[in-house]
Design a protein around this ligand. Sequence first.
Ligand SMILES: Cc1cc2nc3c(=O)[nH]c(=O)nc-3n(C[C@H](O)[C@H](O)[C@H](O)COP(=O)(O)OP(=O)(O)OC[C@H]3O[C@@H](n4cnc5c(N)ncnc54)[C@H](O)[C@@H]3O)c2cc1C
Length: 404
Amino acid sequence: MTHACRPAREDGLLRLKTFVPRAGSAYAKSRNFDLGSDDRSNVSVLSPYLRHRLIGEDEVVRAVLSAHRISAADKFIQEVCWRTYWKGWLEQRPSVWSDFLAELERDQDALREVPDMATAHAAAIAGETGIEAFDAWAKELITTGYVHNHARMWFASIWMFTLKLPWTLGANFFYRNLLDGDPASNTLSWRWVAGLHTQGKHYVARAENIRTYTEGRFDPAGQLNEAPDPLDGSEAPPATRLKTPMSVPPGEPIVLLVNEDDLTPERWPIDAAQVKGVALLPTDTSHPGLAEHVLAFRTAAIADTAARAERFFGCPVMSLATAEPDGAIALCRAQGVEKLVTAQVPVGPSRETYDAFVEKLGGSGIAAMEVRRDWDSAFWPYARAGFFKVKERIPETLERLGLM
Ligand SMILES: Cc1cc2nc3c(=O)[nH]c(=O)nc-3n(C[C@H](O)[C@H](O)[C@H](O)COP(=O)(O)OP(=O)(O)OC[C@H]3O[C@@H](n4cnc5c(N)ncnc54)[C@H](O)[C@@H]3O)c2cc1C
């Protein structure tokens, strides 16, 4: 089975429909096996769609619960909620993202100054370390944009503890190449493997575990550092308060501003009748070095969204060539609208781009506002400490959201 992802909502929905029968106990039993890139039947490969909200977490959970009891699908639903947990956690600690970027820059400088590190890094990202499993995953990442969850854990662990490379460089390699590359899930998962998220608790890749869960495809016996110390790092800052979600005043005409973090404006918590125009930001290239396949996926996903928005809202839809606000301002003026509405922009490159965009609206008479999805509003307040606080609230929260 191929897992090539086509960047369209329809394909995400089809993939979901096909996966639903396997989301129950079959998933719980088999999800940890990395069966190789030709067989991803034990996992959903929905992450590129969820990452860009071409499909929503609520849609996924609703579909799964229409076919399984929550007791059978709890593992799968928990995994979906890991994404929500990471997003909510970073939203409440935005400095963890800016600290990551600053540390990444220092580590990139070190690469230029320390030849041995540069050689080891070049071998790692080319898949030429001599550790067969690691090399295969590096190549899978750069050719397909997808790596199985367990392999991501092994890969990150080997990167830090066996190859002794800085975690930020590994996180950046993933972020630039994954179709689901996400500032929260990726950065925080790397920190988790390092022992920086739960201080002192790191994830150690072991040859025997790799042999078992790759069904013997790989066996790096004797090649891994299986007794490393966790990385040292400062404690994460305390959680900040989440902003109170806003809602669009009833009856006020609005123009939607869509960015690649939430590509289903037809499902935003707004009244479609108020929408007089839709402006779509282009793919955000502010993070340097995004792979061609990532840019192509995002660009096509945005084009798919423009086509859907046109059909759904039946109003003018404009694809902006740059993140400058002139086009959106012109659209608002042409439609007699003074408010631009966007779905909450998460911490990461989009946030930085959006904040700059809003600043440049100053003096135009156009105001910007963000609306938050019910899913995020329901779960994020629990994402302040460990995952457990989210996990224990899953059934009651799904009930509150009307999903079970
Ligand atoms: C080092 C490392 C880096 C990662 N980077 C990313 C990333 O950039 N973007 C990303 O979406 N996920 C990331 N993950 C989490 C996870 O590996 C992927 O979400 C998952 O492998 C996607 O495959 P799937 O859709 O087949 O998952 P499934 O097993 O089918 O799970 C369903 C959905 O749940 C979510 N999910 C599953 N596991 C996790 C998890 N551990 N953390 C967060 N969400 C999860 C995803 O949205 C996924 O599509 C990372 C994990 C590690 C260990």
